[in-house]
Each structure stands twice: as C-alpha cells, then as structure tokens.
Design a protein around this ligand. Sequence first.
Ligand code: ZN
Length: 333
Amino acid sequence: MLKKHSIRFSAALLAALAAFVGGPNAAPRAAQQHPDQAPGFYRLKVGDLEVTALFDGTGVFDPHWLNGTTAAMNGVQQALHDDPHLLDVADTGFLVNTGKQRILVDAGAGGWWGGGAFGRLVRSLRSAGYTPEDVNIVLVTHLHADHVGGLTTEDGKRVFPHADVYVAKAESDFWLSPDIAARAPEDAQPFFQSAQAIAAPYITAGKWHTFSGSERLVDGMELVPLSGHTPGHTGYEFASRGQKVLFWGDIVHALRVQLQRPEVTATFDIDQSAAAATRHQLLTRLAPEDVLIAGPHMNFPALGRLHKDGNGYGWAPVVFTDRWNTAPLSPQK
Ligand SMILES: [Zn+2]
C-alpha cells in the first residue's frame, strides 16, 4: 500500500516537474501576449514644483496635415519612407503641484477627438495618486478638442468639478462665437462645436474664466502669448528656485519635421504665417536657455529640452529615472 502510494506520488511529481521545466515530451504551453501598458504618468521636480506628465494616448500625424514648400514635403515623404514612425505623436496633459494648488495644463482629448485612441488622462491622473476632484485650476493652451476634450464628458458633465478653467480671452471669444462659427468653412465646424460643448458646463457653473494680458493667475507663473496656431494660443511658464518649465501647447506637432524646418506648418493653424513666425521666435529664444519644455504632442513623457542643431533645432527628451535628482555614478559600493 505504502509502495503503491509512493509510486503514484512520484509519477505526479515527475509530471509536475516536466510541466514546470518543459521537458522534451511536455505539451507546448500557449504563450499568451499582453497588449496593454500600465496607465502612464511620469513626474519630476522643477525647483519646488512637482510636474507630472499624464499620458492621454498616441496616434500618427497624417503627412497631409503638414504644409510646406514642395521640397520640404518631398523631404517628409522620403524621410517617412525611411522611417515609418517619423510622424508618431502623443497626446499629453500635465499636472503641476505647487504645494498649494494642483494645476492641470491641458486635459487631453476625452471622447472628443481621435476615435478612441486618446482619452486616458484621468486614468493616468489616478495612477499618479490624484483624483479629478483634487484639481483646483485648469490652464488651457487653446480650445482644440485634443487639449480640452478631457474637461467634459460626452454627455456634458464636468470631469473636474472643483476646477476653475482659464483660457485666453481671444481664444474663448473666437471658438465660442456663434457668428464666427457661422462664417467658418464646413470642415472647421467640428472644432467650434466641440469647443462650445466642452466649455458649456464650466460656463454654466461660473468656472470659465478668461485673461487678456499679463494677469497673474498663479504665483511664479507667466503667460506666454503664442498666437498663430489659434487666435489665443498661450504658453504657461513656471519658475521655481531658478528652474523653469514651459508648457508650449501646439508650437510643434511633428517633432522631427518642424524642429528641423520650423517654417512647416499644420493645416490646423488658423494663421499659417503667424504660426510659423511664433515658432521661429520661440525656438530661437529657448535654444540657448535651460528651460524644460512640456509639449503635449512630443513622444511620452512629452518633456525635454531644446538645442541648436545645424540649421534647425534638436530635442533632448527627458529619460526615465526613478530618482528625483540623478547624480554621476560612483564605481564604489
Ligand atoms: Zn494639439
């Protein structure tokens, strides 16, 4: 009896071992693949500020959305042939925790843009340890739905119920005007409709505010007018302890095209020549400065620094680290 038991035990053990180590007679196990990533956030310190990039989604910029000379556009087609990922873009919002206030800069697309590719910002925010109720202030660079769609559900409810939203008066006046919308071409109508629907519940709640000049909305933060892409397109530059971060909105859509050729514009730019001129001026100013740049459409974490590179500019992306401050490595233990 004892012997029979031990034989049975040994057979079971061998079978288990075979399955575990995968011997020559073991049945192949299905190697299940996992398509999902963890919801994305990435944070770093800028002086005393905690800045968290909040992943909203990724997509591919259509080359026909770029405008430039024939030579420039032929160059894009050739570069795209060599590297099919040339025009990969992201959508990103950013949370600035000043210690007193939690300020969201751009809110991702929600369900208003991108056919389901975007809209993950709130999940990313929760993963980073915050809730939508924690957000006190939202600063929006402009009213295109890939930057403000995340503010409002598709059935018209505020996603950030305690937040006051700030936008340039020129921006608000343009997109929320029924008269301007009525005169705009057919293909521009969705931009007006989404801006109006997204703004509506904040206007009703008295939470929609506009600024027209250099008002001080937040201590240590400067408004940076960047009109061209849209009439009131605005950057927000925060400084703390000698360090700076600039949230530049849509100064660049296609990183690897428009930094080398700042004159290439996007079809969404309301004023093409003003958009190119604004980009030129800003890149010229930023290249020699040590300013961290937060660009919603840069590849995640959408943070980096600019430098001069040949006739154009280069981008040095922030690289993942799990430490606030990186120091040179020491070979010692
Ligand atoms: Zn955009």
